[in-house]
Design a protein. Structure first.
Length: 621
């Protein structure tokens, strides 16, 4: 029978397609739908098919150049992977990750819980390939520290640091926050059974120090992700039962931690098992205001013989970007909070929880970047890692040192050093000072320097950052009065003391866009890729202490950043500004060609001090 009507053709074609689609969904549902999944029926799962097709085919729904995707409301989701114990099987892990990314598109980061390093010669050989750069992780990978005495030696520092390109050790415990606002808390190792604890262990006091500054904030609602080596004890209460011996499984302190931090996702390992607990609520129904739910996922070890799940993929919109009504939505299979069950003793009384007021070793606050352009992630504050690794984090300590840090040897820029040329000083504050640049590019070219010994901006304590910002604003106002715009740059490479170069560029010489283009073009000519940093992003969020970099900030607030890989022209910042396109003084690109006599320097500084005095906040009453 011939079908002459177009509508009839459409009905037939749609019916055939729908039949095939339905059969396919039924098979796929039985194969893929996880136990305890929110997709309880084939009909629910059917609606998910268009989103799963890229996983099974060569194409990808997500733009390969965009690591983050957006939901229907335009909210930015962070595409993430979590992994269980790697135990040195790096090749197996990263081969699997590459296969997944080839099918499903790029992910922003890989979070590894449990033991990352192995103890066998084979595991050590694999690690050396990544450590030396012979191989590179295909994704920004963030790992926890040692969970056994045997693997402690793999971490030469207790602080967070970059161990190899794209592989970052977070540290013993702390919090790091992404540019997107994603907040991740982490605790490495096992709960100690003795005091003092071994290097791979923690105590409840350590976790108290992590919890206190977070829960002490009245706006605290929880963290997006919690990473722990150990399971939380009793997490199975009110929920589905894991395939582990629950009598000996988990840490009570980790359970308390999870109860306080209210993570939306909590990942752990060490038990060689895969367990996805039903989501649980963080409030008591009809007694407390509704809060978001938490999900606990335990992952098995990489390439385990039983083929238990060791990788978990998920997209997450940072909590701070979600409306409260969206955040607190409760799935149908939500359960009671398991930690409220196990937080009571046999008499029914509440067990004591963390002492969140006791002073203890401060936990780290970390900030990281999910950009793939510069290999950044992820940034540990405090001190940089010794050895051949490169520090990758900046820690924001709760307590700042009262005394200025001192150099271990002679330093030309520490104000208390006998080597410093004090006649060049223009202004002195509490934590910073301003000086005329030696061999200055222009007569008003100045430096902002910390009084204490800091190597780079990202290593500064909070009070130093605050005062340095005041000097920056003062100099901008000063230059504006002179009819010039302000350009700042820092070269954290082959220098032991931070020098923030501040150079005025006359408004009638060029525009801000001209300056930006000059830096971009000259960087490209030297095979360097300057990355533009989002305007409201702190440099600490992308530039790790111990890692060399070049940074420039324009008067518009635009920031350009280059992570120095090998060699870098020491005069690059001056060369760009001195070029014909900008200041047109190419002969002054090298400071050594611009030296003045001591008398000339003193005269220049005297005049500059007088001119700058009305803008110097240290002169205010």
């Amino acid at each position: 029978m011939l079908l002459h009507n177009v509508k009839q053709w459409r009905v037939v074609v749609f019916s055939v397609f729908w039949g095939i689609y339905s059969d396919f969904s039924a098979a796929l549902f039985s194969l893929c739908a996880p136990t305890g999944s929110q997709y309880q029926t084939e009909r629910d799962f059917l609606l998910l098919i268009p989103y799963l097709l890229p996983v099974f085919g060569p194409g990808t729904r997500r733009d390969q150049d965009e690591a983050k995707c957006q939901d229907e409301d335009g909210e930015e989701r962070v595409a993430s992977l979590a992994c269980g114990d790697v135990e040195g099987r790096l090749n197996a892990l990263f081969n699997r990750v590459q296969a997944i990314q080839k099918k499903a598109g790029q992910f922003d980061l890989l979070l590894c819980v449990g033991e990352f390093f192995g103890t066998t010669p084979e595991a050590e050989a694999e690690w050396q390939q990544y450590k030396t750069g012979a191989k590179k992780a295909p994704i920004h990978t963030y790992i926890l520290g040692a969970a056994s005495q045997e693997t402690v030696k793999s971490f030469s520092s207790a602080d967070g640091c970059e161990l190899a390109d794209n592989i970052t050790y977070l540290g013993r415990r702390g919090v790091f926050t992404g540019v997107s606002g994603l907040q991740i808390a982490y605790v490495s190792g096992r709960e100690a059974l003795q005091d003092p604890p071994p290097a791979h262990c923690f105590t409840s006091k350590h976790l108290s120090a992590l919890v206190a500054p977070l829960t002490g904030n009245s706006k605290f609602r929880g963290v997006d992700i919690l990473l722990t080596s150990q399971w939380p004890r009793g997490v199975w209460h009110y929920g589905n039962t894991p395939e582990v011996n629950t009598k000996f499984c988990g840490s009570g302190s980790v359970a308390n931690l999870a109860d306080h931090l209210k993570p939306r996702y909590h990942f752990a390992a060490l038990e060689g098992a895969h367990y996805e607990r039903l989501p649980y609520r963080n409030h008591v129904v009809l007694q407390e205001n509704a809060q978001h739910v938490s999900r606990f996922i335990a992952l098995a070890s990489v390439n385990n013989p039983a083929k238990k799940k060791y990788l978990y993929a998920f997209n997450i919109v940072p909590m701070k970007a979600l409306e409260a009504s969206e955040l607190v939505k409760q799935p149908q299979d939500v359960t009671e909070n398991p930690y409220r069950f196990c937080s009571k003793d046999k008499t029914g009384k509440q067990r004591p929880s963390f002492n969140t007021t006791e002073e203890e070793e401060p936990a780290g606050q970390f900030f990281f970047d999910l950009s793939k352009k510069q290999g950044g992630g992820f940034r540990g504050r405090g001190r940089k890692r010794e050895g051949d690794g490169r520090g990758d984090f900046q820690r924001d300590e709760n307590k700042q040192p009262r005394r200025h840090p001192q150099p271990t040897g002679p330093c030309w820029f520490c104000l208390a050093s006998p080597q410093v040329e004090k006649h060049l000083v223009i202004s002195i504050g509490t934590h910073c000072y301003v000086a005329l640049a030696k061999g200055s590019l222009t007569p008003l070219h100045m430096l902002i320097l910390p009084i204490g010994h800091y190597q780079s901006v990202v290593e500064l304590s909070s009070e130093v950052v605050e005062e340095m910002e005041k000097y920056r604003e003062a100099l901008k106002s000063f230059y504006k009065s002179k009819g010039a715009r302000c350009v700042l740059f820092e070269r954290n490479y082959k220098s032991q003391h931070l020098q923030l170069q501040v150079v005025p560029v006359p408004l009638d010489r060029c525009t801000t866009e001209d300056i930006k283009e000059a830096f971009m073009v000259q960087a490209q000519e030297q095979q360097m890729e300057l990355m533009e940093i989002p305007q409201h992003t702190d440099l600490k969020q992308i530039a790790p202490p111990g890692v060399p970099y070049f940074y420039v900030e324009l008067d518009s607030g635009e920031k350009l950043y280059y992570r120095i890989q090998k060699h870098f022209p020491l005069q690059f910042g001056r060369e760009v500004l001195a070029s014909e396109a900008l200041l047109n003084i190419p002969t002054r690109a090298d400071w050594r060609e611009c030296k003045q006599t001591r008398e000339e320097e003193e005269e220049s500084c005297k005049q500059l001090r007088d001119d700058f005095q009305p803008y110097d906040f240290n002169m205010e009453d």
